[in-house]
Ligand binder design. Structure first.
Ligand code: AMP
Length: 226
């Protein structure tokens, strides 16, 4: 059975890091709409040009555009054996469109990484990421940013332009308004799980992997945060 996974959670919950690790372990692609949009901005494509200002203000790119991007990506051969979606869906309209795209595929598993909002602002405003591969730099301070290369690819670390405090607060507001309702959209499904994201990264990963296995095998843990 293909693992078709959606990782939900607020900005800064660790979705990208966890999705990356699980995708490698399972040998399936991680599909991050944020990474795809940042790449489009860098490459100066039409979508990138339209998305740039929206992303910098912490708002969401339109459903039509992002659904089109995901539809094309899920059609690629490497996504037929499974995928991990990070940052999509972000609205109920996107979740409905994804359900339609899943026709004829194995059912979606949805895991929500739950982190209290108070922890997120600090995490995001102090976050450094690689400007080449997008990996988060763990334990590197801003003052050491220029002299510490990315552990994965040796690239230059930087602060994402939307990780400033003002934009972070806006992104969290947008999350509460547009994305949080998705948890209710998925919660009643037997393949929905929630994990506690306010733990050390390795623990979150263990819980995520266990939640995925239990959902895939039809376990009845339900949506309780463990
Ligand atoms: P992320 O890297 O997931 O935090 O995404 C960065 C930014 O890209 C978001 O703040 C949005 O502006 C845009 N974005 C990423 N994914 C989506 C999506 N599914 N729907 C709309 N906008 C998105």
């Amino acid at each position: 059975m293909a693992l078709n996974l959606v990782v939900l959670g607020p900005p800064g919950a660790g979705k990208g890091t966890q999705a990356d690790r699980l995708a490698k372990a399972k040998g399936i692609p991680k599909i991050s709409t944020g990474d795809m949009l940042r790449e489009a901005v860098r490459a100066g494509t039409e979508i990138g040009l339209r998305a740039k200002a929206i992303m910098e203000s912490g708002q969401l790119v339109s459903d039509d555009v992002i659904i089109g991007v995901v539809r094309e990506r899920l059609d690629k051969p490497d996504a037929q054996r499974g995928f991990i979606l990070d940052g999509f869906p972000r609205t109920v309209a996107q979740a409905r469109a994804l359900d339609t795209l899943m026709n004829g595929r194995d059912p979606l598993i949805v895991v929500d990484i739950v982190v209290p909002e108070a922890a997120l602002v600090e995490r995001l405003t102090s976050r450094l990421v690689c400007s080449t591969c997008g990996t988060n730099a763990e334990g590197v301070s801003v003052s050491a940013m220029d002299t510490t290369p990315c552990v994965r690819c040796g690239g230059q670390l930087h602060k994402r332009s939307d990780d400033s405090e003002a934009v972070v607060l806006e992104r969290l507001k947008v999350y509460r308004r547009d994305t949080q309702p998705l948890v209710d959209y998925y919660r009643s499904r037997p393949t929905f799980r929630a994990v506690n994201g306010a733990q050390p990264m390795n623990r979150v990963y263990e819980d995520l992997a266990e939640a995925v296995d239990s959902a895939a095998s039809g376990g009845a843990l339900g949506g309780a945060v463990r």
